[in-house]
Design a protein around this ligand. Structure first.
Ligand code: SAH
Ligand code: F3S
Length: 457
């Protein structure tokens, strides 16, 4: 899953005239699943009369929804919490809360480290946030809830989303894979699938709200199973829902791609021809130390079957360099795989040991920092030229762009995405509004963006 930082900006929901509305500011770090969880938190607290503000200095409650995946993500958040605690000078009643994966990872130790934090809630505890906030208004002790709840699917809560074209729906929580480098199973708990009826209800709800695109989320989303309904069944049912025109999902695991799933993807024009397929490493020895459950050969077989059945498909990936014991030959095998597959784009990381994981406990983090840095630069450079060539191949083609809004760099331009997940920037013309699908002829590109002009449909 991709990472970014975001603050949630929403129109204030209706509140009863008698209730004193309290204002809530939510800041989100990490992957799409965290963003979806923030929307859930806002949905939960809106029911209690909280109003979302985009003014952090006006908030009564600040919640920071965090990521624990790499150490620098954690460091950034600790710095940010300390910065936010300064608002307590002007507003001594301000409640500062830490939610999400880092809360679960650091537990009550975070309160010793950062005593200005009033509330700590893990990913299974959001339903209890209103009660925790009520307790805090009368008590001085910090409120802490890091309970695991395998049955928690947040079924009856409708997330409150930012206006946009894409709605995220979490269809699986947790992960049972236990890749040796990964903290997710420790902070998000055991894998569980949301009942399919609820997923379909949520997609229908999105369609009724005017969303045209939906992204189904899960750490191993293609392992989805609810009774007799597997991921392929769920996708084909989702594709029958009127109003939704684009269906995306992230992230599938390369070890779970039966032919039937690929057939369903190929058969429905609504299922976007883009798959994020995290490779991590191209060396079989590294993959087995990572406990990734596939080999370079079986990964290439998934790529071949996807491309044979869906010729237009775009493939993106995640790569880790400098994993424990990674030799120059193993690194070269990763480069070789990247050259062989030619991904459209990649998220690339240096290995970051996470306390509690199997690799941290059992394997030495023995690749020197400068070697990790050099390997990372090498693959970033290589991927950049592959992405450049892939994007250049779009020049002269007409693509269908789902418009998201005005370009941040140039207000005279609009931007949106192709079904293959390419960002396209083009001059605004006439009455084109967000959420429209428009044909754009591509006439320029960089490794990251396509440029073009609207053409007659
Ligand atoms: N199942 C999810 C993984 C979430 S983590 C998915 O497939 O998207 C997102 C990415 O972060 C992983 O694919 C991996 O490339 C990277 N990552 C996870 N743990 C890491 C670590 N300890 N050090 C460096 N990168 C890591
Ligand atoms: Fe992490 Fe592996 Fe699950 S990368 S989220 S343990 S599939």
């Amino acid at each position: 899953m991709t990472e970014s930082t975001d603050s949630t900006v929403l129109e204030p929901p209706e509140v009863s005239a008698r209730a004193q509305p309290r204002s809530l500011y939510v800041e989100t770090y990490g992957c799409q699943m965290n963003k979806a969880d923030s929307e859930l938190i806002v949905g939960l607290l809106a029911r209690e009369g909280y109003r979302v503000t985009d003014r952090v200095d006006r908030a009564d409650v600040i919640l920071v929804n965090t990521c624990a995946i790499r150490e620098n993500a954690e460091q950034r958040v600790i710095g940010r919490m300390s910065e936010l605690s300064r608002f307590k000078t002007a507003n001594p009643g301000l409640i500062l809360g830490l939610c999400g994966c880092m809360s679960q990872h650091l537990g009550d130790r975070i309160i010793d480290k950062a005593p200005y934090i009033d509330l700590v809630a893990g990913p299974d505890s959001y339903r209890r946030l209103p009660a925790m906030l009520r307790t805090l208004s009368t008590e001085d002790e910090p409120a802490l809830d890091l309970t695991w709840d395998r049955a928690e699917h947040y079924l009856d809560i409708d997330p409150v989303r930012e206006a946009g074209v894409n709605g995220w729906i979490t269809i699986m929580r947790g992960c049972d894979k236990m890749c040796t480098f990964c903290i997710v199973p420790f902070v998000r708990g055991r894998e569980r699938s949301t009942p399919h009826g609820e997923v379909i209800r949520q997609i229908e709800h999105l369609a009724a709200e005017g969303y045209r695109e939906v992204t189904l989320l899960g750490q191993t989303v293609n392992k989805y199973r609810d009774g007799g309904v597997d991921f392929a069944d769920l996708l084909s049912r989702a594709a029958e829902i009127d109003g939704i025109e684009r269906i995306r999902f992230t992230s599938p695991h390369p070890a779970h791609f039966p032919d039937r799933l690929i057939e369903v993807m190929a058969a429905s024009p609504k299922i976007c021809p883009h798959t994020h397929l995290p490779l991590q490493s191209g060396a079989s020895t590294t993959l087995s130390r990572m406990r990734r459950d596939y080999t370079p050969e079986s990964f290439l077989d998934v790529v071949r079957r996807l491309r044979e059945n869906i010729p237009r498909i775009a493939l993106t990936t995640d790569i880790i360099v400098g994993f424990c014991g990674e030799t120059e030959e193993e690194f070269e095998a990763t480069c070789e795989m990247m050259r062989a597959v030619r991904f459209d784009s990649a998220f690339m990381f240096k290995y970051s040991p996470r306390p509690g994981t199997a690799s941290h406990r059992r394997l030495a983090d023995d690749v020197p920092e400068e070697v990790k840095a050099r390997r990372l630069t090498d693959i970033i450079d290589m991927q950049k030229s592959i992405s450049d060539a892939r994007n250049q191949a779009y020049r002269g083609r007409t693509v269908q762009v789902l418009v998201e809004g005005r370009s941040r760099r140039d207000a005279d331009k609009l931007f949106g995405k192709t079904d293959t997940f390419k960002t396209v920037v083009f001059p605004a013309q006439g009455e084109i509004v967000s959420n429209a699908v428009v044909p754009v002829r591509v006439n320029g590109s960089t490794p990251f963006t396509l440029f073009g002009d609207v053409v007659a449909a």
